[in-house]
Design a protein around this ligand. Structure first.
Ligand code: UDX
Length: 439
């Protein structure tokens, strides 16, 4: 099938590459000429495990191509995916201007029947707006607008795309449904379902899924904070409740709050949709508040222990990305923690396997970025662990102790056993567990 993907961010590029992998002819379109040129020369502009291999294979075969011209890119396309940004407006609602602008341009270009797919996370009613934009210029016979939300996790996006647990397709048109089914069949051969539903339910499914997951994490963070106060261990509680299949084991890890490009934006946008329809989504409003508090919890613990003024202190940081296996720092808890430490005049040494360039762009030389985990603890008064990269899981604690000024660790991801850390001679605070002082 001939496919066009408009927008080559995380979602667009993964979508385009994976559709090429199943033999489709894919053209990716982006307004960023520099980025398009780099991709034409074989460079993958984002870090996403597994993507480079697929990208190389399919560009070599010319099944995956890039252009800045919408007209050229959609020329033969039977299906056009819109994977454009929907950044939050000041009031939390999603900015649809990119999507609607492209929809208006498409109206001038489409001559044969085409399926237009909203792939970006867009508020309920967007597909109808895209439909109306097109229908104001061309016959509705010439197109259908489908909602096909993505459920890709950064870091495992390629795997999530190639083997989705489910595919959601929102359309009321049988013709569009058949085309979308043909496109996705190769990805669900193991028997996972493609759910067809009406457009608005598909749009709502995406927001409900992300908001539910954000709520699940936030609930655990709240329980963890209470565990600390009542003397319980949240890791035991997590295992205890997770074994109930109605709750499930996954997504119950307490930490420093959720971040990333999706959860914060999507929860805000759903609350906003509620307001638009005169409905107070109170649970989600609390989720936002509790998560904002949680993002600062590691800095709060540090200040409580070392004092308000950090002007003569050096603090090490392990992990800057909002989660492991990505270089993405959007809404990362590390940003809030770093700002708090800078405001208190601390010196910061930080290490992350992938995200340091992005932090450099954001903070310049205010943060000393170092080339490995051990270098980040040299002469530090304390170490903060913010992201659970695998490389931090079994460090040599003897070496760390010899390098640190004081053996103090604030662990936002519960990487180590508390007893073990006490035995190793560390002062160790984590999330929702007892504080130990082995010093
Ligand atoms: C998420 C959704 O999972 C995905 O389906 C959607 O399409 C996009 O948003 P992503 O943003 O890549 O994906 O990250 P995810 O792995 O879901 O983690 C989100 C945040 O929750 C991270 O900040 C992570 O650290 C945090 N988290 C996750 C926890 O704190 N505890 C957990 O148990 C799980």
């Amino acid at each position: 099938m001939n496919i066009a993907v408009v927008g080559t961010g995380y979602v667009g590029l993964v979508t385009g590459t994976c559709f090429a992998e199943t033999g489709n002819e894919v053209v990716c379109i982006d307004v960023d000429a520099d980025k398009v040129q780099r991709m034409q020369q074989g460079e993958v502009p984002i870090y996403e495990p597994g993507l480079k291999t697929l990208f190389d294979r399919n560009t070599r075969q010319n099944r995956l191509q890039f252009t800045t011209s919408l007209e050229e890119g959609i020329k033969d396309a039977e299906v056009i995916f819109l994977a454009l940004p929907t950044p939050p407006n000041g009031d939390g609602s999603a900015d649809l201007s990119y999507i609607l602008k492209v929809a208006a341009q498409l109206a001038d270009l489409i001559t044969d029947y085409t399926v237009i797919v909203d792939k970006s996370t867009v508020p309920v009613g967007t597909a109808d707006q895209v439909h109306d934009t097109l229908a104001s210029k061309i016959s509705p016979e010439l197109f259908d607008v489908v909602s096909n939300p993505e459920f890709l996790r950064e870091g495992v996006a390629v795997d999530d795309f190639l083997k989705p647990e489910r595919v959601i397709i929102g359309t009321e048109s049988q013709r569009a449904r058949n085309i979308m089914e043909r496109l996705y069949k190769p990805f669900v051969r193991q028997g996972n379902p493609i759910y067809f539903m009406d457009v608005r339910s598909a749009e709502m499914t995406k927001y409900a899924a992300n908001s539910f997951l954000a709520t699940k994490i936030t609930f655990m963070n709240d329980i963890a904070n209470l565990c600390e106060r009542v003397g319980a261990n949240v890791d035991q509680v997590r295992i205890g409740i997770g074994s109930d299949s109605r709750i499930g084991k996954r997504f119950l890890f307490p930490g420093v709050g959720y971040g990333g490009s999706c959860f914060p934006k999507d929860v805000e946008a759903l609350v906003r949709t509620g307001q638009d329809y005169d409905y107070d989504l109170r649970i989600l409003q609390s989720v936002i508040e509790v998560n904002n508090r949680q993002k600062r919890i590691l800095a709060d613990k540090l200040v409580q222990y070392l004092g308000e003024d950090l002007c003569n202190k050096t603090i090490g940081i392990w992990g800057l990305a909002f989660k492991p296996n990505t270089d993405d720092i959007r809404e990362a808890p590390a940003l809030y923690i770093i700002q708090e430490l800078l405001d208190r005049h601390a010196t910061i040494k930080a290490y992350d396997p992938e995200a340091m360039e992005n932090i450099r762009t954001r903070f310049g030389d205010q943060v000393h970025l170092v080339s490995d985990a051990y270098e980040a603890v040299i002469d530090v008064d304390a170490l903060l662990i913010i992201t659970e990269w695998s490389v931090f899981r079994t460090p040599n604690f003897e070496v760390m102790k010899s390098l640190m000024k004081q053996p103090i660790i604030f662990d936002g991801r519960n990487l180590y056993e508390t007893d073990y850390m006490a035995k190793k001679g560390f002062y160790y605070e984590s999330i929702g567990r007892e504080v130990v002082d082995g010093g």
